[in-house]
Design a protein around this ligand. Structure first.
Ligand code: NAD
Length: 492
C-alpha cells in the first residue's frame, strides 16, 4: 500500500471555492452555492460556488477560444506544455494530496490519485507528436486517400465526487493531448483538487480557458450536456444520472462515454496464496476509500475447501484496518462521504440483516468515541450471502462486502457473471492456465489476477453491461477524444 509522506506540508491549504473560467476565479454562481462539509468531522469546510447555465455558456465560449489557440501551437509545443504540467503536478503532489483529503476525507495514505494524474499526463504527452492517421488506396482510383483523427473541439468532462483527480488523469489528460479544450465539471462535494488543477494548467502556460473548472449540480451539469458548443461528453458516475444525461444528450445529438458503477466479483480459488488473497480482498473490498470506489470487489467468492480458513483471516484483517484522522499517514480507513450516505449504507446493512441476505460477521454500525462527529461506518462483512439478494445485486458504495462459497470453477464463473454490472473482476489463483481460462469467461471490462485495481495510463478501463461503455486509458482512451475524417485528393 503506497504512503505519500514525502514533502508533506503540514500547514493548512487554501480551499478554492470559486469557478475557474478563462484562467480566472470567477465570483458568480447562478447555479447557487454548496456548503461543503468535511466528512472526517462533520464540520463546514467552505462554500462552493456552482455554475448554472450562464456560467456554462461563459466556460464553453472561453474553452472554444482557448482550443483554437491550443491547436495553433506546433505539436512539439503542446507536448512540452503537457510535460511541464506533469512536472508541476509532481511539484505540487503534497498540496494535491491534502486537497484530495479535504475533498472527501480519503485517507492521505491512499491519496495516490495525484500520482495517477502525473503518470497519465506524461503518458499522453507522448502521443501529441505521434501520427494519428493513415493513408490508404481508394478503390477504383489512384487518389490520395487520407484518414485523419481530429479533436472534437470542446469536450465536457463530468466527474463523480470520489474521483475528480482520477478523471482529471484519465479524461482531461488524453482530451488535451488529442487537441481538445475541456470544460471540467467536478461534483460540488469534491471540487477543491480539481479547481487547483485548473489553475495549475494556466500557471504552466496552457492557454487560459483550455481547462475550465465549473463545479455544478444537476442543473449546471445538464446545461453542459445540452450546450451546442460541446463536441462530446465524458461522464463518470452512477447509472441513474447516466440515464438522465443520455436522454439530454439524445436531444442535443452529442456523443457520450459512460463510466459507471460496479458490483465486482473477487474469486478466491483453493490454490490461491491464502494470506495474499486475504490482504488483497480486504484492501480491495471494504477498506479502499471505505468501499466508495467503482472498482471495489464487493462480492468475494471463495472455494468451499478454503472458505472457513479464509473467512477467519479475512474478518481479522478487516477488523485490524487502522481507522482515524484521514490526515494521519498511518490511517488507511476513513469516513463515508456524507451524513445521508452514512444513513443510506446503514439502511442497506439493516435490510440485509432483517431479510436474512447473509450472516453479519463484523461491522454494521456507525463508529462512536472520537469519531462520532465524522461519518465513520465500521468495515462490514456478511458471510453466506445469497447472490439473488439486494445486498449482492445493488451497488452499496460503502464499506460492506458479501462473501459467498462455490464448489467448482463453473459455479464461480456463473455467480460472478450473474450481475447487471461488469466493471472489474478479480481472480486469486496460482494456476496460470486457470487464470487465463477464467478471465476470458468473466463479463467484465478489467480482470485483475493476484492484483488490486491498479489503473494505469496504458490499460484501457471501462465497463461491460450496466457498468458503462467507452474506455479511459490506452489508445482506446485517446481515441475517445478524437473523431475520424476522410480526405480524398484526386490525382488527375
Ligand atoms: P452521480 O451519478 O450522482 O454524479 C456524478 C456527476 O454527475 C457529479 O458531478 C454530479 O454533479 C453530476 N450530475 C448529477 N446529475 C446530473 C445531471 N442531470 N446532468 C449532468 N450531470 C449531473 O455519482 P456520484 O455519487 O458522484 O459518484 C458515485 C458513482 O460514480 C458510483 O456509482 C461509482 O461507481 C461511479 N464511479 C465510476 C467510476 C468508473 O470509472 N467506472 C469511477 C468513479 C466512480
Amino acid at each position: 500500500m503506497a504512503l505519500i509522506t514525502d514533502n508533506l506540508d503540514p500547514s493548512a491549504v487554501e480551499l478554492p471555492g470559486s469557478l475557474l473560467i478563462g484562467g480566472d476565479r470567477i465570483d458568480r454562481s447562478s447555479g447557487g452555492t454548496h456548503a461543503h462539509i468535511y466528512p472526517g468531522t462533520g464540520r463546514p469546510n467552505g462554500t462552493v460556488q456552482l455554475a448554472g447555465a450562464e456560467e456554462i455558456d461563459l466556460a464553453v465560449e472561453s474553452s472554444r477560444n482557448a482550443q483554437r489557440e491550443w491547436i495553433s501551437f506546433t505539436a512539439d509545443r503542446r507536448r512540452d506544455l503537457l510535460i511541464d504540467l506533469a512536472d508541476a503536478v509532481h511539484e505540487h503532489l503534497a498540496e494535491f494530496s491534502r486537497l484530495n483529503v479535504q475533498d472527501y476525507a480519503v485517507p492521505i495514505s491512499l491519496a495516490i490519485n495525484t500520482l495517477l494524474l502525473e503518470r497519465f499526463l506524461r503518458h499522453f504527452a507522448g502521443y501529441v507528436d505521434k501520427p494519428h492517421g493513415l493513408s490508404t488506396p481508394a478503390a477504383g482510383s489512384f487518389d490520395l486517400n487520407l484518414i485523419e483523427r481530429e479533436p472534437y473541439g470542446v469536450v465536457g468532462v463530468i466527474a463523480p465526487w470520489n474521483g475528480a483527480m482520477v478523471v482529471a488523469a484519465s479524461c482531461v489528460a488524453p482530451a488535451l493531448a488529442a487537441g481538445n479544450a475541456v470544460v471540467f465539471k467536478p461534483s460540488p462535494s469534491a471540487p477543491f483538487a480539481a479547481l487547483r488543477f485548473g489553475e495549475l494548467c494556466t500557471e504552466v502556460g496552457l492557454p487560459p480557458g483550455l481547462v475550465n473548472v465549473v463545479p455544478a449540480g444537476p442543473e449546471g451539469g445538464e446545461a453542459l450536456v445540452r450546450h451546442s458548443g460541446i463536441g462530446k461528453i465524458h461522464f463518470t458516475g452512477g447509472g441513474r444520472t447516466a440515464r438522465k444525461i443520455l436522454a439530454t444528450a439524445a436531444e442535443n445529438l452529442v456523443p457520450v462515454v459512460a463510466e459507471l458503477g460496479g458490483k465486482s466479483a473477487n474469486i478466491v480459488f483453493e490454490d490461491a496464496d491464502l494470506d495474499a488473497a486475504v490482504q488483497l480482498s480486504a484492501y480491495q473490498g471494504p477498506i479502499v476509500q471505505s468501499g466508495q470506489s467503482c472498482a471495489c470487489a464487493s462480492r468475494v467468492l471463495v472455494h468451499e475447501s478454503v472458505y472457513d480458513a479464509f473467512l477467519e483471516r479475512f474478518v481479522a484483517t478487516v477488523e485490524s484496518a487502522r481507522v482515524g484522522d484521514p490526515f494521519d499517514p498511518t490511517v488507511i480507513f476513513g469516513p463515508v462521504v456524507s451524513a445521508p450516505d452514512a444513513d443510506r449504507i446503514l439502511g442497506v446493512i439493516d435490510r440485509a440483516v432483517s431479510t436474512g441476505a447473509g450472516e453479519l460477521l463484523t461491522g454494521g454500525k456507525r463508529m462512536g468515541g472520537e469519531l462520532a462527529d465524522g461519518y465513520f461506518i465500521e468495515p462490514t462483512v456478511f458471510a453466506d450471502v445469497d447472490n439473488r439478494s439486494d445486498l449482492a445485486r445493488a451497488e452499496t458504495f460503502g464499506p460492506v462486502v458479501s462473501v459467498m462459497r462455490f464448489t467448482d470453477e463453473a459455479e464461480a464463473i456463473r455467480i460472478a457473471n450473474d450481475s447487471s454490472y461488469g466493471l472489474n473482476a478479480f481472480i486469486q489463483t496460482t494456476n496460470l492456465a486457470r487464470a487465463h481460462r477464467v478471465s476470458r469467461l468473466l463479463q467484465a471490462g478489467s480482470v485483475w489476477i493476484n492484483q488490486v485495481s491498479d489503473i494505469s495510463p496504458q490499460g484501457p478501463y471501462g465497463g461491460y453491461k450496466h457498468s458503462g461503455f467507452g474506455r479511459t486509458g490506452g489508445l482506446e482512451g485517446l481515441y475517445e477524444f478524437l473523431q475520424v475524417k476522410n480526405i480524398r485528393i484526386g490525382m488527375g
